[in-house]
Ligand binder design. Sequence first.
Ligand code: ADP
Ligand code: ZN
Ligand code: ZN
Length: 813
Amino acid sequence: MRYAEVCVNSPVAQRQTFSYAIPLGLSINVGQAVRVPFGEKLLQGIVLELSDYPAVEETKEIAGIIEPRPILSPAHISLACWISQHYLSPLFDAVALMLPPGFERKALTFISIPPIPDDFDLSSLTQEQRHTLELVQGQGKVSLKELEKALGKKKAQTIVAQLVRQGLTIRSYELEPIRARTKVEPYLSLADDVVEAEQEVARLRRKGGNKQAALLDFLLQQSKPVPLAEARQRVNCDKAAADALVNKGLVTVQHIAVRRDPLSYQDITPSYPLTLTAAQELAFRSIRSSLEQMAEGYTSPAIFLLHGVAGSGKTEVYLQALAEAVRLGKRGIILVPEIALTPQTIERFASRFPNKVAVLHSKLSLGEQFDEWQRIRKGEVDVVIGARSAIFAPQPDLGLIVVDEEHEWTYKQHDKSPRYHARNVAIKLAEQTGAVVILGSATPDVETFYRAQREDYRLLQLPEKVTPSQNSPLPQVQVVDLRDELKAGNRSLFSRSLSQAITKAVTGREQVILFLNRRGAATFIQCRDCGFVLRCKRCEVTLTYHLAEDILACHQCNYRIPVPQSCPQCMSRRIKFLGVGTQKLEQETSHSFSQARLLRWDSDATKRKHSHQEILNKFRAHEADILIGTQMITKGLDLPQVTLVGVVNADTGLNLPDFRAGERTFQLLSQVAGRAGRGPLGGQAIIQTYSPEHYAVQAAAKHDYALFYDREINYRRQLHNPPFSQLASLVYTHTNDALCQREAERMKRLLIEDRDSKGIADLSLIGPAPAFIHRLRGRFRWQLILRGSDLSAFLSQIPIPQGWSVDIDPVGL
Ligand code: ADP
Ligand code: ZN
Ligand code: ZN
């Protein structure tokens, strides 16, 4: 007897596999999808391992194979196991990342009625029970979901349980219906007999001609099958005409698979490699020699950090490295932040590798995702380009992984399990497959740069723009102190400098971007006169304003104070100033610059699939003079007519209660500043702030990464923050705030006891405190932060009850 260790699609399974016997005659392989009995249900499972001995004495048998060909490669299986261990996620959640789109199907519960004994006294039932029985009887079989809809969730479950106990109903389980499959369309073609078809056309024409004649005549001229829909459109006939011809045996219908192609709406013209600049050449050579070594079977992974300002030609290096990988018989995966998945970016890859690019991201329809996934698995593409989940694409012969804008937070899946970071997953995957990794950024993550400094990663630098504009290679950045504006009596959102610059640009028919960092804008209070912001005495982080209670609280240690009546620094009474939103900014802008045409770009304005592109196209076509937006406008846009970028208030980012606030602000300001001066007109950026002396603002204004990094890494070292430690956040969620706090405190005691009993010295706990977003959809959230090393191993030993979520290496606290 042989056995299989199966990862089962059930919330009960957690981080465990289960042993199943392999029935004789069934050929089971590692990576295969199977159906297995689990409790009363029949569930999906993936075979992770085969063995001669089961892990438990009693085993059930595998019920059947879902698909003969293994879905997961051995490298993907190791990767899934690593994700589950490191991020403490259920194993199936990790495996599910790698399954074909729409593959995952849960078991649905159905209720039906067995033969009821004649002597059963139905009058002993309650009215509700009888009503339920009638409902089921009427349809023979009803899904529990439907009953829940009819009766309410709790009630339906109780009544069904009661009826099952009395033997009056039985439960059965079925997998959800298939959600995605290959799309087939009817195609028409001529049956074998051409002469007969021609005669029929002639005959019909003699009788005055009709739709059938037109259709048949059309098909006579075709050399290959034509989609029914297209044929109908071309000769303007209905389906009946086609049916009639099929019935006469003159035309045949075939069902042919059609590909749903997400790139089909783009016209792509091929492009060719550029002659590299000296700096690009140097970077490219290092990468090429690693690719060659890897192709020869050299195994220690090569990870490059390609550090280059916006426009320094990083993408060209990716493209040529990819071409090199392809030349060596390998393929690649390119990750870009979701937000950068504009047609512009995709087009650069699609035009260099015509018909050899697959795209994967969440805005594609399920059908498109399904078809792209299948193409990738068949080895039809050289390059997969996509957002974070594209790292799990079944790309064979993986030779190169690029993580563009590696510092972006969107690479971390923070809102659901597994809470993985695609950059870290990419590095693990490279270890499994022997691929080369390029991490690219103008403003590398401090942790990444630290590793490059320690030579864990190899640092490649592109210090200059490829095509610097005449007078200045990088846009001029002016920092405006908002306190001076107030002293001068200017109370508008626009400083005098920004105001003048906007007017000048707009009258000169140039374009302006106004950037507002809205995230966290309403969460801290700031003195309107001196810019002072209250911080926690213990943690140094900004105190968060809680509107409901009108208090300020530290969301790390729960220190609380009432909102002061006047500013502790300048005594001004205008202390309670909350940030502005994009709508307010839009109003003030249209009021102050009434001659300018405005366009707003934020997440509210871009919910629909192509609306990003619509807004961009409008702006590029100069249908507006000023574009107002949030984070979104900072990424990957090439807008040559923009000569001015204004940052309305840089402090919102600085005052986020998070040790990464400085880093985040530096990144954003650098990117925003890089938006100006992309074209021949050059350009400038103006940053408005109450903290002009802050190193993040200073360094961004000078385009000086080293200046920023040196200060930041020192702070990290002093405060023992990553990369000098590891963090984990534990959040408990409940509708009752007090209960939430008690549970968080209980967990803290438990963690401390466990730590002390094991004698772990370098592990500290911060909190519990209300989470930064204390209340979400009617539920309260309390947070504990752990700081130490090897936290996954420590936490994996702790029983963590329902209601808790664990985030290892969180990107935002
Ligand atoms: P990054 O990815 O660093 O922002 P890009 O690769 O997008 O930089 O390059 C910026 C611009 O310079 C693009 O328009 C690109 O076509 C052009 N470019 C890049 N490399 C070269 C080169 N070697 N010769 C000429 N133009 C180049
Ligand atoms: Zn003040
Ligand atoms: Zn505190």
